[in-house]
Ligand binder design. Structure first.
Ligand code: PGA
Length: 251
């Protein structure tokens, strides 16, 4: 069943990117349209300031855009926040929620992440819900328990009827050049898949499970071939068209 899932390679630009960075997206779009179509959905999650302008370059090349976070509220007195309807209005079709940097920098809890995922679904956006353990939690043998708890509490019941994506991102692998062994990734993704199936039945079989954390051209082929890895969430390597396309072609 998992073989029928169309993989997703999503780039997370984090707090990087000015208008001049659109040149890199032009390069990416040219590469993706020059040869055979990619065997995956390709998405970019730039800073929200670039979504609208980037979409004009990305959409004709089949690249989907996403936000990096959204408020749980649709509108109102929340200075500095962005709502899911705003992201959708700007051209986004997806939104990352619960990234470990937001959990750490903004104290986002599983419950807040769940509310954000609901807001995304309500606006027709596909949430990319992030989970992952810290180095200390892995060393204490708690990785499985922590990630299971995050999955159970961050994924809303509404996922039973809508498209949601789960990204397993070990916090210690993000931006460090470190990655878990293939066996560890396989084991975690199998456990995530089993939990999704036991909660959502057939729906859980089809949900995309991304791996994220130092995914690079050099390790993409091996990691993306692991069972139950249906694509990747790519930080640093998504900023350069050459690196990002190398990962896309590795699918
Ligand atoms: P990285 O980031 O690829 O730079 O490790 C991944 C992420 O945080 O989504």
């Amino acid at each position: 069943m998992t073989q029928t899932i169309t993989p997703l390679i999503a780039g997370n630009w984090k707090m990087n990117g000015l208008r001049q960075s659109l040149l890199e997206v032009e390069k990416l779009a040219a590469k993706l349209t020059a040869g055979e179509p990619p065997r995956c959905t390709v998405a970019l999650c730039p800073p929200a300031t670039l979504i609208n302008a980037m979409n004009r370059i990305a959409a004709p090349a089949g690249i989907v855009l996403g936000g990096q976070d959204c408020s749980a509220e649709a509108s109102g007195a929340h200075t500095g926040d962005l709502s899911a309807p705003m992201l959708a209005d700007a051209g986004a079709q997806m939104v990352i929620v619960g990234h470990s940097e937001r959990r750490a920098d903004h104290g986002e809890t599983d419950e807040m992440v769940r509310q954000k995922a609901i807001a995304a679904l309500t606006s027709g956006l596909t949430p990319i819900i992030c989970v992952g353990e810290t180095r200390a939690q892995r060393e204490a043998g708690e990785a499985d328990a922590v990630v299971s708890r995050q999955l159970a509490a961050s994924v809303p019941d509404q996922a039973a009827e809508h498209d949601v994506v789960i990204a397993y991102e070990p916090v210690w692998a993000i931006g460090t050049g470190l990655t878990p062994t293939s066996a560890d990734i396989a084991q975690m993704h199998k456990s995530l898949r089993d939990q999704l199936i036991s909660r959502f039945g057939g729906r859980g079989e089809g949900m995309r499970l991304l791996y994220g954390g130092s995914l690079k051209p050099g390790n993409a082929k091996e990691i993306l071939a692991i069972a139950n890895v249906n694509g990747g969430l790519v930080g640093g390597a998504s900023l350069l068209a050459d690196d990002f396309t190398a990962i896309i072609w590795a699918v």
